[in-house]
Design a protein around this ligand. Structure first.
Ligand SMILES: [Zn+2]
Length: 413
């Protein structure tokens, strides 16, 4: 059996229900207050092996450029700039495509296949480590990083499993601070880059005076200020920073980080990938974050976890992409508490574990038996947390418990 073996089975002998396991329920109910786990370990994807070759340098495509890109089309994989994509590939056509990329500029496109239709927007992935070794014996393995968004103009089929496309690399639009043209020079000595709540209030005071000579009230400008939008989002995510998460400060990086880490619905994520400007992404993400969201089984709607049960087990965030021994790629969310799951009765395994020191056990939905993810349990008794859950993003969907007030941005901010 391999990590990610979906093993959908209704045979109750093979699975045990979480609620029947008193120890599990007791352990999972509290936020893990201390961690002895090195959060940088999962980011190395060491299960792919330690003999990968490193590729140096970085290719940055010009904004707006037209070019041909080989494509990797995957169900429910939506790559964002900054996201790591680990891969283990056995198909010869795909291996050839990736080897060609390595010979050229190391870039291919990743596009989501949703409802049997290819999404017309994607993200370039740049290969930074690979191992091709003896292909007769082992698979082609690589790590790539999401870089730039692109729009598909024309798809070119080059045979089974070989797809490329003419694409346009999309620009990231950045706007000047909203008050730039109206700023009162006499107030310049009071302007600061706020790093705490008090400084933010001081800055708001200055901007309020600036706005007096503009046609609109200050709160209108606030909703187009990337620094303030980022500040608000970081306040919502403070609990994650306290649990060891590494949340980007730069508004553009943050907007992609939230899209990758916090949301689970494909459509929401594709919408965010479509925006050309971090301000639009951050505005929408704030609305998502103020909702009290739950994760339910994507097949039967059974409740699984609250969004607030998420916690980081990787320096990269709450949701990272991993690949299993047979090459399946899973975007995996880590939560410290989950309900409505059945665990496989097979003994926990450390083989190909994405979290070194933890053994995995397959977890299915108790209601419909769909594969939901894995329970990870510490092998070493000194390792904390003792256990947690890795849930696949495609097994979950969002359920909004409370609609945000139909409100002005003034209230949101
Ligand atoms: Zn279900």
């Amino acid at each position: 059996m391999d990590l990610g073996d979906t093993e959908s089975s209704s045979d109750s002998d093979d699975f045990r229900t979480l609620e029947n396991d008193e120890n599990d329920e007791h352990e999972e109910a509290t936020v893990p207050s201390e961690s002895t786990f090195d959060l940088t370990l999962p980011t190395t994807h060491s299960y792919l092996g330690h003999n990968l070759k490193e590729l140096r340098g970085r290719t940055l495509l010009d904004d707006g450029i037209y070019r041909n890109l080989p494509l990797l089309v995957k169900h429910s994989i939506i790559l964002f700039p900054g996201q790591t994509l680990p891969m283990k590939v056995d198909g010869l056509q795909t291996i050839n495509m990736l080897q060609n990329c390595i010979q050229k500029d190391r870039i291919f496109g990743v596009v989501c296949l949703g409802d049997e239709k290819m999404v017309r927007i994607g993200t370039t992935a740049e290969i930074y480590e690979y191992y091709d070794g003896d292909l007769g014996v082992s698979s082609f393995r690589l790590k790539a990083k999401g870089r730039q968004r692109f729009k598909i103009l024309r798809v070119i089929m080059q045979g089974y499993d070989m797809i490329s496309a003419n694409v346009k690399v999309l620009p990231e639009v950045t706007l000047d601070p909203p008050f730039l043209d109206y700023r009162l020079a006499s107030l310049d000595h009071l302007r600061i880059q706020p790093t705490n709540e008090q400084e933010m209030k001081q800055q708001e005071f200055v901007e309020k005076i600036d706005s007096i000579i503009t046609p609109w009230p200050a709160w209108i400008y606030k909703q187009y200020d990337p620094l303030r939008l980022s500040w608000k989002i970081r306040q919502h995510l403070q609990f994650l920073e306290q649990r060891g998460g590494n949340i980007p400060k730069d508004p553009i990086e943050l907007s992609f980080w939230v899209a990758q880490n916090v949301l689970v619905d494909d459509n929401e994520r594709i919408d965010l990938l479509n925006y050309d400007c971090a301000i639009e992404r951050l505005q929408r993400e704030i609305k998502y974050l103020i909702e009290d969201r739950s994760f339910v089984c994507s097949h039967c709607d059974a409740f699984i976890a609250h969004q607030s049960n998420m916690f980081p087990m990787s320096k990269e965030g709450l949701q990272s992409t991993y690949c299993n021994g047979v090459g399946d790629i899973y975007e995996t969310i880590t939560v410290y508490h989950a309900e409505g799951l059945k665990l496989s009765t097979h003994p926990p395994s450390t083989e190909y574990s994405w979290f070194p020191g933890y053994a995995w056990t397959i977890a299915n939905c108790k209601n419909c038996y769909s594969h939901m993810g894995w329970k990870f349990t510490a092998v070493d008794s000194n390792l904390k947390p003792k256990s947690f859950w890795g849930l696949t993003r495609k097994s979950l969907k969002n359920r909004t418990n409370k609609k945000p007030n139909d409100t002005t941005e003034g209230q949101l901010l």
